[in-house]
Design a protein around this ligand. Structure first.
Ligand code: PGA
Ligand code: MG
Length: 227
């Protein structure tokens, strides 16, 4: 696998990595379930459904609530109508903004590769005043493919100036979708351990693990010496 040459492009996942968005997604899901006269789900349930994008989320919601899958398109539409304004309960994970500013200040081109649709992605980045830090943003509906397919991450890295056939870059994320996507590109994957993954970290391909964003710049620097 290629190693990162400083200052290499760095792509970030969004939900469960930069932002703790599960409370807003949970509230939004339950508002729609209420509208459709379906019993609500817990925050832990909804958090465990995040990572694959909106369709995967709603497949899991309809399964967990024993809802007729034929109702899913209407529920997804009702959810999407609310999703881009669902920012009130979302927080940046600690030290995210400071760390992004440090990495940008060192010259790393930064990007976002998320399965979250583009409109709510841009809305939440604007909400936190961090959208301008990212030179390329690919959402779950930007391309026909979603993570774990490598196409979205390849598109982000190409947009950040990485060589298409030889991307010397790093991906930072929290989930199974991210780990397998990075392995398929391939680029080294750094996993944020406080996110929404369901699998033990040891079972996921990763180059490094961290639980506080203040540790990330040093991990990225040390990736230069990974053989
Ligand atoms: O919206 C989702 O389900 C996942 O979003 P993420 O790719 O930023 O984790
Ligand atoms: Mg995620």
């Amino acid at each position: 696998m290629n190693v990162c040459m400083t200052p290499c492009p760095i792509a970030f996942d969004l939900d469960g990595t930069l932002i703790d968005s599960a409370p807003d997604i949970h509230a939004c899901v339950n508002t729609v379930l209420r509208e459709f006269h379906v019993s609500p789900l817990t925050l832990d349930q909804v958090r465990s459904f995040i990572g694959g994008g909106v369709e995967v989320l709603w497949q899991k919601v309809t399964r967990a609530t024993n809802t007729d899958p034929a109702r899913m398109p209407d529920m997804v539409s009702a959810f999407m109508a609310r999703y881009h304004t669902a920012t009130a309960l979302t927080r940046l994970f600690p030290n995210v903004k400071e760390t992004l500013e440090i990495l940008a200040g060192r010259g790393h081109p930064l990007g976002i590769c998320t399965n979250k649709p583009l409109q709510p992605t841009k809305a939440i980045l604007d909400h936190f005043g961090i959208r301008d830090l990212f030179g390329e943003i690919i959402g779950g509906d930007s391309l026909p493919e979603k993570k774990p397919d490598p196409a979205p991450l390849r598109a982000v890295l190409a947009g950040l100036g990485a060589h298409p056939a030889n991307p010397q870059a790093i991906y930072v994320g929290d989930s199974e979708f991210d780990a397998h996507c990075a392995a398929a590109v391939p680029v080294p994957f750094m996993i944020f351990s406080r996110g929404y993954r369901q699998t033990p970290i040891a079972e996921l391909p990763h180059a490094a693990e961290f639980d506080d964003f203040t540790a990330l710049p040093a991990l990225i620097e040390s990736a230069k010496s990974v053989a």
